[in-house]
Design a protein around this ligand. Structure first.
Ligand SMILES: *Cc1c(COP(=O)(O)O)cnc(C)c1O
Length: 395
């Protein structure tokens, strides 16, 4: 039988040093010592496939058998279009990559699946992570599927639905009296103290590698890579994962081009946008309705920035008002109810569409379900003013 996955190793995205794979290896030990406070992570590792150019299909480009990954009930989300959206925008090839339909309702499952599958392979039983909500509920749900113990550090302000979801999946939820940055720090201390595998985004290299599956799927579903992808961006790991996927397809000979990726950020949480303008990161105090992309320090910032610079990517900011309007419009034109972070992809497209050819293949990454945060969605809907007893009461 044909070998399903190939030899692989880690390579530092900053200094290029190579390391044997180990599930516990997180950042490049050489670059990590230069880590400063309040800056993105130093020494993010990439998975390199030693015989990648011998791969018959992209499915071989995984550190585990692709069949095992695909046995998790989140693999493969639909890519579809809506006639009404086409009429509203004038774009005929505007595609929605609908990750609201993943097992736990967000794109985060792609990272959780790879981390959990590798953990299972190496007989690791517990996983810990910090999250603003979706990574938590995702790891909890995938952990339930693969029978892992999941410990979560969650800011106490996380949307309730995401917390309830994590608790439903029987994860151990630890509320943090502070923001995501504090949760991140405490979860790292916990993983060191108790020797537990961390799934912190960008920190565990498999979170980037796992998130490349979206790029592979889009490639299969369109039969080619698209011209543009709009990606809601916080820590920059979905963006990096998609880049890694498109880059692997390119590097190992499955395609000749890499899409123009557009990192969409709320104007109140735009660290990567500013870094792309200025060439360096400055700390911000993030504030936005889109909780999933509200980030002071984008953990995957250096990697994301490097990819954007190398492959001609762009970044655009959108206001909270534009995000909430885009959310409502997307619901009404497609039936797809996205959470604010995910709707930001559409808001970013609306802002940039005048500069995009109308026949271009464009993919909006719809990364999370609106049902995860109904408090935000309530801003733009009018509740019925009264209840009736008969049709005569209708005005
Ligand atoms: C996490 C998340 C994002 C952003 O991903 P990053 O890797 O943090 O940039 C976007 N949308 C949703 C719904 C998410 O949960």
């Amino acid at each position: 039988m044909k070998k399903q996955s190939m030899d692989y190793q880690y390579s530092c995205s900053e200094c290029g040093a190579a390391f044997d794979f180990s599930p516990q290896l997180m950042l490049c030990p050489k670059c990590q010592i230069f880590q400063k406070d309040n800056e993105p992570l130093r020494g993010i590792l990439e998975v390199i496939y030693n015989d990648g150019n011998k791969a018959q299909t992209p499915d071989a480009l995984w550190p585990v058998d692709a069949q095992i990954l695909q046995s998790v009930p989140s693999a493969r989300s639909p890519l579809w279009k809506s006639e009404k959206l086409e009429k509203a925008t004038g774009f005929k090839n505007l595609w929605l990559k609908d990750d609201t339909r993943n097992l736990t309702g967000s794109y985060k499952d792609r990272a959780s699946i790879l981390v959990a599958t590798i953990a299972k392979k190496w007989n690791i039983k517990e996983i810990v992570l910090a999250s603003t909500g979706n990574a938590a509920s995702s790891m909890a749900g995938i952990g339930a599927f693969w029978d892992m113990n999941v410990t979560i550090f969650l800011p106490e302000t996380a949307p309730r639905a995401k917390m309830v979801q994590s608790l439903q999946y029987a994860a151990r939820v630890i509320n943090v009296a502070g923001n995501y940055d504090l949760a991140f720090e405490l979860s790292l201390q916990y993983s060191e103290k108790y020797q537990v595998l961390s799934r912190n985004t960008a920190y565990n290299p498999l979170t980037i590698e796992g998130k490349k599956s979206g790029a592979f799927e889009i490639f299969y579903q369109l039969g080619k890579v698209p011209d543009y992808c709009f990606v809601p961006t916080g820590d920059g790991v979905i963006l990096s994962g998609l880049y890694k996927g498109f880059y692997d397809l390119y590097k190992y000979g499955f395609t000749n081009n890499i899409p123009i990726m557009i990192a969409v950020q709320p104007d109140g949480s735009a660290a990567i946008y500013y870094a792309l303008q200025n060439g360096f990161f400055t700390p911000i105090a993030a504030q936005t309705v889109a909780d999933s992309i509200s980030v002071d320090v984008p953990r995957g910032g250096y990697y994301a920035l490097k990819m954007l610079q190398k492959y001609g990517g762009k970044s655009v900011t959108v206001s909270d008002e534009a995000i909430l309007n885009a959310q409502k419009e997307l619901s009404g034109t497609t039936g797809l109810f996205a959470e604010p972070a995910a709707a930001a992809a559409y808001a970013g497209f609306l802002k940039m569409k005048a500069n995009i050819p109308q026949d271009a293949d464009i993919v909006l990454l719809i990364t999370g379900s609106g049902l995860k945060d109904i408090d935000s969605a309530m801003h733009k809907v009018d509740f019925p003013k009264k209840s009736i007893r008969s049709l005569d009461d209708l005005e």
